[in-house]
Design a protein around this ligand. Structure first.
Ligand code: UD1
Ligand code: MG
Length: 416
């Protein structure tokens, strides 16, 4: 039968139950935090509305808090079967207590907590972008240090096309730690810069999380022991994550009542980095970030200041027809385009990735659309309402996940 003990021995049920409670709590808590956040001046203008409403910012912190409480209460459960057996004096389970698993679990939580903390600092202080790279690196330190102590694997399996050069497995050694740090910096910032319309930050995070969850269940149903352990671990982090994100999406979806803030983007990205790193599936993880990878690569010329980068690159808003259009960077400003920037603009123009406006007389470049996936979409498919664009972007994210599964499981002979 389904006695309390059998349920306790299936920690995933407890996890689902706790996640649901955390989700309900988040749904209740968000409205009560709104006036307090506004009072503390943690608020921002909704740029794509006629009345330019002031909305509370950093509401992701509420989700983050519920998430942390939920995860902390869940710490014992994956390990329940060991201490229950010890108490009963049962010899059924001869395996030793998996200390390194336990340490990794706690280090994962510690990294997520640090990232949430640093994300709040960003929301309050509005960090410069160099600091935005530093902070996720700092927050991965707990994870990396525990990884060193637990003699974590520092090898990666080389994708098949590259094997003639590198062999099947390469030992990265210390480089592996740099690689892990970079995964964390990428996951956090990539979500934060694929933003600017209602619902996009949380929406994309939920799609990514659900994709990893589906992948985890695939392993649970088919996989061998070490893989099963790693993916159970991942579920423990991701099920509560989805549960606290859904109520946030509820309030952040068009028309938003709240903004999620950089704290949410960082905490979401770090959660993904933690499960990918500790579960040893960082390459599969990155496959679920196809739109973010594209958006990041496309953004590089602006982020690295080769082309003028305004503080905000979110789409423009036309009050008359209530539609969004691509926002532009002014290229007539002094030093707006560097030498390499010019070359990149030409290449992008050749690839039809940008819309450059030329001066009719001088034939000089006057302006170019900001290099984000949102703006590219608006150039290619025309201005549209914010809601429509949000649906489109979520659809793109879902289709990319489908493509990721196809690459991971159908092209597997070519890639892995
Ligand atoms: C990132 C982007 C920036 C973009 C911004 C908002 C880069 C390098 N940075 O900066 O270009 O403008 O996110 O997405 O690409 N906002 C809305 N509607 C929304 C969401 C946000 O109007 O649905 C506005 C609000 O005024 C809000 C502000 O954006 O207060 C939040 O910006 P913030 O998250 O602080 O910007 P960054 O993450 O630094
Ligand atoms: Mg942001």
């Amino acid at each position: 039968g389904l006695s309390i003990l059998t349920i306790l021995r299936e920690p995933i049920y407890i996890c689902i139950l706790a996640a649901i409670l955390a989700g309900l709590a988040t749904h209740k808590l968000i409205p009560s935090f709104k006036p307090q956040l506004i009072k503390a001046r943690l608020c921002g203008t909704d740029m794509h509305k006629k009345d330019k409403r002031l909305l509370p910012e950093a509401v992701g912190v509420v989700s983050g808090m519920s998430y942390i409480v939920c995860l902390c209460l869940l710490i014992p459960f994956p390990f329940v079967k060991w201490f229950l057996n010890e108490k009963n004096g049962s010899q059924l389970n001869q395996e030793e207590f998996p200390h390194h698993k336990f340490e990794e679990f706690i280090a994962g939580i510690l990294s997520i907590v640090s990232m949430l903390f640093l994300g709040i600092i960003d929301d309050v202080l509005n960090l410069r972008w160099r600091q935005k790279l530093l902070f996720p690196t700092i927050a991965t330190l707990p994870l990396l240090m525990v990884y060193i102590v637990s003699y974590g694997v520092t090898t990666i399996v080389v994708p098949i096309p590259l094997r003639p050069i590198f062999g099947r497995i390469i030992e990265l050694g210390p480089l592996y730690y740099i690689y892990m740090g970079m995964v964390a910096v990428f996951c956090t910032n990539a979500i934060n810069i694929h933003a600017g319309i209602n619902g996009l930050e949380v929406g994309q995070s939920i799609v990514i999380a659900l994709s990893i969850i589906i992948n985890d269940f695939h392993f649970l149903l088919t996989g061998a022991q070490p893989a099963v352990e790693a993916h159970t671990f991942s579920l423990f982090f991701l099920i509560p994550f989805v549960a606290v994100s859904i109520p946030l999406l509820w309030y952040n979806w068009y028309p938003s009542e709240v903004f999620v803030g950089d704290s949410f983007c960082y905490f979401a990205g770090m959660t993904f980095a933690v499960v990918g790193i500790l579960g040893h599936f960082s390459k599969t993880l990155l496959l679920f970030f196809i739109p973010q990878i594209f958006n990041f690569l496309y953004s590089c010329p602006q982020i690295f200041k080769l082309v003028e980068c305004p503080r905000h690159r979110l789409p423009g808003y036309d009050e008359k027809n209530n539609k969004l259009y691509a926002s532009r960077a002014d290229l007539t400003l002094p030093g707006a385009v560097s030498k390499y920037g010019k070359i990149i603009l030409k290449i992008f123009e050749f690839l039809r990735l940008v819309d450059i406006e030329y001066d009719e007389k001088t034939k000089e470049m006057k302006s170019v659309n900001n290099f984000t996936l949102l703006n590219l979409f608006l150039i290619k498919f025309g201005p549209r309402s914010e809601k429509n664009l949000a649906y489109m972007m979520i659809l793109v994210q879902i289709l990319s996940s489908a493509l990721a599964f196809f690459i991971r499981y159908k092209l597997v002979d070519l890639v892995y």
